[in-house]
Ligand binder design. Structure first.
Ligand SMILES: Cc1ncc(COP(=O)(O)O)c(C=O)c1O
Length: 419
């Protein structure tokens, strides 16, 4: 599914920039993002809340390029981080620490200290052991740590098992039945300030029902907590709203947000909502450009061997995910064939798309669509392949926001043993 990238006279554009011009300037493989698309996605979500109190904390893990974070910071976005590295990126991008929430099951002492030092909005604590650690570190710093407890609502988000996080057998959050005890422990701690409740049930969710069910469970807990004198100031329902890769029917921002607000009001609440969208902000705002190196046919298959591999974009290999693959220049009026679009990496799993109807010859440029989320951030140097550059299009200009890695950079971090 190709959104935000349009064809004019047969050529694919991001805003007013022809993608073939970007490929010519920076080479392939190469990620291209549209600033306009990121902004539209953010604003559609934000305006869907109307006057309902809320904070959007963009989930940095989906695409952590500093230019992407900066575009969102300029819109007033908050950020959801999961490491000290992501915290540093948000700060460098001009993000407001007071709008940062910090999730993750394995926060180190140093990461918690860093978060407390810069004054983030909230640490989403995922275990009682972490609660004790945060309390001790806050005591040492002579401050009170702002905390939400991430609970595991045991909800089936009906998504790929690798990206379902709200089921009781996953490592995330504190089980619902232990949550009240965790809150009681937290409010008794000298250096913890309990603010909220948080959950995240998974990613690429295409239905509002798992959200409203999760919210309902969270609000029942909020009621129980109120009964024992523990007021909750806000509810963080996490991220996970899906995007359309192929033919999925994904709720639009208005329907998604209305469902959340209705679930809140349905139980008589109007607490501020925090959401942590990643994929739905950047997914369809990016493509991966690649060149056909070879066309190869066997008696069973045609292969288009391209210069982007699973090290550049791992989603198809890791999740068997579908991403559309389209030519940058409209196809010739010749015969289409079925191709497996494969990369150069020495793994059978190195497939970007299976059985795609294409009309390709060596040297053709292709775009792998909807590659703005969990694309570059999951890339690796496997097979000693330098990671690809990233480009951001802004109107009629484009900017290199990360250069192509060099072999020199890859080797620079390594050293050999002495004689
Ligand atoms: C805690 C948390 N919040 C937000 C997200 C973002 O999810 P998505 O990119 O699907 O919106 C994730 C992703 O796994 C997450 O773990």
């Amino acid at each position: 599914m190709l959104r935000n990238f349009d064809r004019h006279d047969g050529e694919l554009y991001a805003d007013r920039v022809r993608l073939t011009d970007i490929a010519a300037a920076v080479g392939t493989p190469c990620y291209v993002y549209s600033r306009g698309a990121i902004e539209r996605n953010f604003q559609a979500l934000s305006s869907a809340f109307e006057d309902y109190p809320h904070l959007i904390c963009y989930s940095v893990k989906a695409n952590s390029n500093i230019a992407v974070l900066n575009v969102l910071a300029r819109l007033g976005s908050g950020f959801d981080i999961v490491s000290g590295g992501e915290l540093e990126r948000v700060l460098r991008a001009g993000g407001d620490p007071a709008k940062i929430v910090f999730s993750g099951v394995g926060k180190t002492k140093r990461e918690i200290e860093q978060a407390l030092e810069v004054g983030i909005r909230c640490i989403d604590v995922e275990s009682t052991a972490e609660l004790r650690r945060v309390n001790a570190l806050a005591a040492r710093a002579q401050i009170k740590a702002p905390v939400a407890i991430r609970v595991n609502p045991d909800i089936d988000a009906k998504t790929h098992p690798y990206i379902a996080t709200g089921l009781r057998e996953t490592k995330f959050g504190i089980p619902m039945e232990d949550a009240q005890a965790a809150y009681e422990l937290a409010v008794d701690m000298s250096h913890i300030d309990v603010h909220g409740i948080a959950a995240h049930i998974g990613s690429q969710i295409t239905d509002t029902t798992p959200y409203t069910e999760a919210l309902d469970r969270l609000l029942r807990l909020v009621e129980d907590l109120e009964d024992v004198g523990i007021p909750i100031e806000n509810v963080d329902i996490g991220g996970g709203l899906g995007v359309r890769y192929h033919d999925e029917q994904v709720p639009d921002p208005k329907r998604f947000v209305s469902a959340l607000i209705a679930a809140m009001r349905g139980r008589g609440f109007d607490l501020p909502l925090i959401i942590e969208p990643g994929r739905s902000i950047v997914g369809d705002a990016g493509v991966l450009l690649t060149t056909v190196e070879y066309v190869k046919s066997t008696d069973t298959k045609n292969f288009a061997v391209v210069d982007a591999g699973m090290n550049d974009l791992i989603r198809p290999a890791l999740y068997n995910a579908w991403q559309d693959i389209v030519p940058l220049v409209a196809e010739r009026d010749t015969k289409r064939n079925r191709y497996d679009v494969v990369g150069p990496v020495c793994e059978t799993a190195d497939v970007l798309g299976k059985d795609r109807e294409l009309d390709v010859v060596e040297g053709d440029l292709l775009a792998v669509c909807t590659a703005g989320a969990y694309g570059w951030v999951l890339s690796s140097n496997y097979n000693s392949r330098p990671r690809p550059p990233e480009v951001m299009v802004d109107g009629e200009q484009f900017y290199l926001i990360r250069h192509r890695e060099t072999i020199e950079e890859l080797c620079a971090a390594e050293s050999i043993l002495p004689d």
